[in-house]
Design a protein around this ligand. Sequence first.
Ligand SMILES: *Cc1c(COP(=O)(O)O)cnc(C)c1O
Length: 383
Amino acid sequence: MAMPPIYLDGLATTPVDPQVLAAMLPYFSDRPGNASNSAHAYGWEAAAAVEVARQYLAAAINADPSAIIFTSGATEADNLALKGVAEAYYSHGRHIITVQTEHSAVLAPCRYLESVGFRVTYLGVNPQGHIDLEALEEAFAADTILVSVMAANNEIGVIHPLAEIGRRCRDRNVLFHCDAAQALGKVPLDVQQMHIDLMSLTAHKLYGPKGIGALYLRRDRPRVQLAPQLHGGEQEQGWRSGTLATPLIVGFGEAVRLAQSRFTADMAHLRHLKQHLWQGLSALGEVYVNGDLEQGLPNCLNISIGGVDGSALLRALYPHVALSSGSACSSAKATPSHVLLALGRSPQLARATLRFGLLRTTTLEEINQVIGYVTECVQHLRQ
Ligand SMILES: *Cc1c(COP(=O)(O)O)cnc(C)c1O
């Protein structure tokens, strides 16, 4: 019988960890309370479970639990941060700074804000995907209200120097938003030390459920203003109305707790697998790393392969390995990734790209099989 393809698309999403699933299950049925309902014990029980999850999230980023706002994911958190700050600080200034390689959940709200009168500077990156801190300094204007730079890139895994960016923002009284969807549980995050004022998080890149995320919102020094984007029952201190998704929030909290407790072992395992995968694939020749092998996520390897047609390669690999060429949100389009183009890759090479997203359950044996499949397919297509 044919084996199912090996799943290596962990940057698009991850399976729910069995321990996370077990923690969630009672809240789907036996514990049905609405966390906002204090009229009976079911409501208290749900509220208590939500607060435990909130504490796990807060602890993971060195924040106060009251600064965590649950959302439906990182897309909503990014939209709330960018539009919410823009609306609240409209009279202070209308200039925002971000980066060309951000996720579409940041870039699209920025383009929307441009359409309603804001100016946005999109910083470029060098061929490894790093921003130039001097270019950031030069981009600040008198009316800059917000800088938005992701922690780790979802296509190439590059990790940005958050503390250095945060310090430059703080020096100028400019707010700093960080999309940390890929970094949570893989890169140490500390909103105090890194001077982060708003941070977007999501559960489903971290072995948690899809459909739940959070926005960290700094409550003091400085107290960040935010215009809510969803109005209704005033949940989450009025920042985000809507009944709290208790089972998903419990799963998010458990996923974060688990990631923190396994951090050292998981990262060592992933680094080892990534090194092995790179060694195996670089033997093909004409293989180019997109990003920075040293300063990147340990679960991410993004390569472009010369001499092959990208879509033919993915099709040939599909029965054996499930991965994508880039962002899940843009891989349906024929246009090459905006991230790879920003690195200066030619459109043709950018199309011949494989993004490996390793899981903590991935084994060395699977990596060896994958090296074998890719080698076979590339050699076949090059003939
Ligand atoms: C996955 C991802 C998002 C979107 O998160 P959702 O929870 O799926 O909305 C945003 N930003 C980055 C960097 C991501 O990797």
